[in-house]
Design a protein around this ligand. Structure first.
Ligand code: F6P
Length: 277
């Protein structure tokens, strides 16, 4: 009997989501599986916003940012679990492919305890999903942040300034570390290690005896660059400027590396569905 599989994307978007959806859908459609797109994460299942997905829907989206299904990362869908389970049954789903990070995967776990069949694809630009070597979206975020950090060198040098660049990562410093190293940063501050601003200021004062500038990269989990920048200026006597990269790190096209990784995740998830996992 043909399977009926729902697919949803939850939490903050990450470049590569569409490539995952495409990988899942094309692999399964070719095997005669019926696919249904659930809009805006688990909220779509609660409110019954579900639509069939065919080849045309997933054609030409491998390089597109965002997610064709929409996503959401607010509210507490576990409260409305009975309603979502009701709709899961109403649509006669044989399983769900859930693409999400920590929060979404926790909800998916609750869902599976109620008898739903779940295949999950780990997602986050932060690269901090447990038991996952690398998540898609991370390479795209590092590419944007690394190139921004690299570009800031010239203006920092021109003005003899300290540049403080804040990147995403509330609990993980992967983006800061990779983008910082790739962009040639002088100081990289990550939430995994304690930070001593006096020590950083001392390093900068020492450095400016022979150099004209310092590039500081800060993961958002360490603190706000809007606070750290002025503090470093006060402590060192050198002018500081702040750049917060924010959602630019999640915006736009996935890198070719992320398109490949996402496609592999998508096809891998589809194979698990076909195997009955
Ligand atoms: O988890 C991904 C992420 O981009 C984090 O790096 C960031 O702290 C957070 O999401 C931002 O969330 P929102 O888009 O809800 O502001």
């Amino acid at each position: 009997m043909n399977q009926r599989i729902g697919i949803l994307t939850g939490g903050g978007d990450a470049p590569g989501l569409n490539a995952v959806i495409r990988g899942v859908a094309k692999t399964l459609l070719l095997k005669g599986v019926e696919i249904f797109g659930i809009e805006d994460g688990f909220e779509g299942l609660i409110h019954n916003h579900v639509r069939p997905i065919n080849f045309d829907d997933v054609s030409g989206i491998i390089a597109r940012g965002g997610t064709i299904l929409g996503t959401s990362n607010h509210g507490d869908p576990t409260r409305d679990l009975p309603q979502a389970i009701g709709n899961y049954r109403k649509w006669k789903f044989d399983g769900l492919v859930v693409i999400g990070g920590d929060g979404t995967l926790k909800i998916a776990h609750e869902f599976s305890k109620k008898g739903a069949r779940i295949v999950a694809v780990p997602k986050t630009i932060d690269n901090d999903v447990a038991a996952t070597h690398v998540t898609f979206g991370f390479d795209s975020a590092v590419t944007v942040a690394g190139s921004a950090i690299e570009s800031l060198h010239s203006t920092a040098d021109a003005h003899r300034r300290i540049m403080v660049v804040e990147v995403m990562g509330r609990t993980a410093g992967w983006i800061a570390l990779y983008a910082g190293v790739a962009g040639g940063a002088d100081v990289i501050l990550i939430p995994e290690l304690s930070m001593d601003l006096d020590e950083v200021a001392e390093y900068i004062r020492e450095r400016h005896k022979t150099r004209r500038f310092t590039l500081v990269v800060l993961a958002e989990g360490v603190g706000s660059a809007l606070r750290v920048g002025p503090e470093l200026q006060k402590k060192t006597g050198y002018e500081a400027r702040v750049t917060v990269l924010g959602h630019l790190q999640r915006a736009g096209h996935p890198t070719p590396t992320d398109r490949i990784l996402s496609t592999r995740f998508g096809c891998g998830a589809a194979e698990l569905v076909l195997r009955g996992a």
